[in-house]
Design a protein around this ligand. Structure first.
Ligand code: HEC
Length: 186
């Protein structure tokens, strides 16, 4: 994936945020270089203990994030997710990424494409305390540059500890209800 500043999401990746991001890209980020597949953390064996967070559909094939992303959070990160961070060590988000199959006014999951991961660890200082990783649909780690391909875009939500997603509000049945004090309005 390549960094883009043109991604249009409900999280407003434009305006002052985009300007701040451009400044970051230009000058200040320490570079750690590409992560080889061997550096990447292992995927969990199952998502049985994870909660569904939300979906994110990028249907523009030209966009580097093209795909239907379905995000999950583990138990360690659940409470922080309700409050908009900060996240304790061991918090983890998983993204299952499918292609986008367009029907007659519909969109559905296409072929399995990739799995993305963010895991909070003590020594990931150059990437906001998060390990970023990406795996093929076969579960094999891919070579990515965690700073350029992932972290630089996530710096737009530094105030939420680099996590874009927020609890969705669908009443009693919300998969991850926000707390009253949580920064989860949208
Ligand atoms: C151009 C911007 C951009 C880039 C580059 C990017 N992401 Fe994200 N990422 C997002 C957005 C936007 C969301 C939240 C979508 C939503 O609201 O559902 C997200 C969500 C996530 C999540 C779920 C937690 C969260 O922040 O909501 C994970 C895990 C994730 N990304 C991993 C990665 C990894 C790994 C890479 C690099 C291979 C990467 N991302 C690159 C924009 C980006």
């Amino acid at each position: 994936m390549r960094m883009t500043s043109t991604l249009d999401t409900r999280n407003a990746l434009s305006g002052p945020l985009a300007t701040a991001l451009a400044a970051l890209l230009c000058c200040s980020l320490g570079m750690t270089g590409p992560a080889t597949a061997e550096d990447q953390p292992a995927l969990p064996k199952s998502l049985a203990d994870y909660r569904f967070v939300n979906a994110f559909i990028v249907h523009d094939q030209e966009n580097p994030l093209f795909g239907m992303h379905e995000f999950y959070v583990n138990r360690v990160g659940l409470d922080a997710f309700r409050h908009g961070g900060p996240y304790p060590e061991g918090s983890e988000f998983i993204g299952l990424v499918y292609g986008v199959e367009k029907g007659d006014g519909t969109m559905n999951e296409g072929d399995a494409q990739a799995i993305t991961l963010m895991r909070k660890v003590a020594d990931a200082e150059a990437t906001g305390g998060w390990q970023f990783a990406m795996y093929g649909a076969d579960g094999k780690a891919m070579d990515i540059d965690v700073v350029k391909d992932c972290f630089e875009c996530h710096t737009q939500v530094e105030q939420r500890d680099y996590v874009f997603s927020q609890p969705l509000s669908v009443g009693e049945l919300s998969t991850v209800p926000a707390t009253e004090t949580g920064d989860a309005s949208r």
